[in-house]
Design a protein around this ligand. Structure first.
Ligand code: FE
Length: 336
């Protein structure tokens, strides 16, 4: 009898582990290339990766509704991960993670897996080098840019994170004034995504735009069509705040969900995403900057210039912590 019980428990143990050898990802990233990456992970570890894709808002609702299902939430923007932090748990603290990711790009609940910069684009035929000299995010509110700037709406998370970082560095009062300056410098009421801002400069609707780095590379690649490729060639990137803290950096990141049924596998997957092999795959498909040292971005991103100073002092956790303040000052300024 005892032998039978032992045999049955052993069977349960084996099957239990087989059943549990998976990881459930809820991903707001819409890249087919991510699937190839997960296949590589499965081939290496035997851990099956189940992916639920969708928009971040919908995924967050599902993660909460289907409590105890999701292991990892993968999305763009530290502000978004920060806003979801009550549904995440600590545990992303392995030595592999800590060694790979500088401390300003992670918390125990979520870690950056790739970086992006939010920069200025300009029309070289209408903006002089002298005008750009010493340009900072702060100086975008200077009246010399009146009617010349395009930037997307205040409900956009990238802008909320940028403004949160400005509040962290300058204080809320100054950034409230700054927001008014930005609104009065707008060439048009905010509309469209980041690529639409770059297109507006190319079309002569504005002289400068604020948008993330990977969008120009994506347009230059031709994947968005010949028209956008031609437009991208008409604008030039400029990296702000080179004389002080450096250019505003943000992340794509992974958060460990509370009640994750496969926590250890989730940590293993995050560690894999931070490996050289995975980082190369990510940056070559998304045009982001690698999170780890020793990996080169895509050649189109290299061409935009790699010798710029990144803001490595403003911890990206501030983007979530100051998000409400950021939205408040933008709304008060009439930023649509
Ligand atoms: Fe984006």
């Amino acid at each position: 009898m005892r032998k039978i019980i032992l045999a049955i428990s052993a069977l349960f143990f084996v099957f239990g582990n087989l059943l549990a050898n998976e990881v459930n990802i809820f991903s707001a990233r819409h890249y087919d290339s991510d699937v190839q990456l997960y296949e590589k992970f499965t081939a290496k570890t035997g851990i099956k990766v189940n992916v639920v894709s969708g928009k971040s808002g919908a995924l967050e609702k599902r993660i909460i509704a289907e409590g105890g299902t999701a292991d990892l939430y993968i999305t763009a923007d530290a502000g978004r991960l920060g806003a979801f932090k009550d549904n995440l748990q600590g545990g992303l603290t392995s030595s592999i993670i800590k060694t790979a990711v500088p401390s300003n790009f992670r918390t125990p609940k979520w870690v950056g897996i790739a970086k992006r910069a939010r920069i200025v684009y300009f029309a070289p035929d209408r903006v002089t080098r002298a005008e750009l000299r010493g340009l900072t995010y702060e100086s975008l509110a200077d009246p010399k840019w009146k009617g010349r700037l395009v930037i997307r709406a205040s409900n956009n998370i990238y802008n909320q994170s940028l403004v949160a970082s400005l509040i962290k560095n300058n204080g809320k009062g100054k950034v409230a004034m700054w927001s008014k300056g930005i609104v009065s410098n707008m060439a048009r009421s905010p509309k469209g995504n980041d690529r639409a801002q770059i297109l507006a400069v190319a079309a002569g609707e504005a002289d400068i735009a604020v948008a993330n780095t990977y969008y120009l590379a994506l347009m230059l690649s031709g994947k968005k069509g010949a028209e956008q490729q031609a437009a991208a060639k008409k604008v030039k990137p400029f990296f702000p705040n080179q004389g002080d803290r450096g250019t505003h950096m943000n992340i794509s990141g992974a958060g460990l969900v509370k009640g994750a049924p496969n926590k250890d596998n989730a940590i293993k997957l995050v560690e894999f995403l931070l490996s050289k092999e995975a980082q190369k795959h990510i940056v070559n498909n998304t045009y982001e900057y690698p999170m780890i040292a020793g990996v080169s971005p895509h050649p189109l991103v290299v061409n935009m210039g790699l010798d710029f100073k990144q803001d490595l002092t403003t911890k990206v956790v501030n983007y979530g912590n100051r998000q409400a303040d950021a939205l408040e000052v933008m709304t008060a300024a009439g930023w649509k």
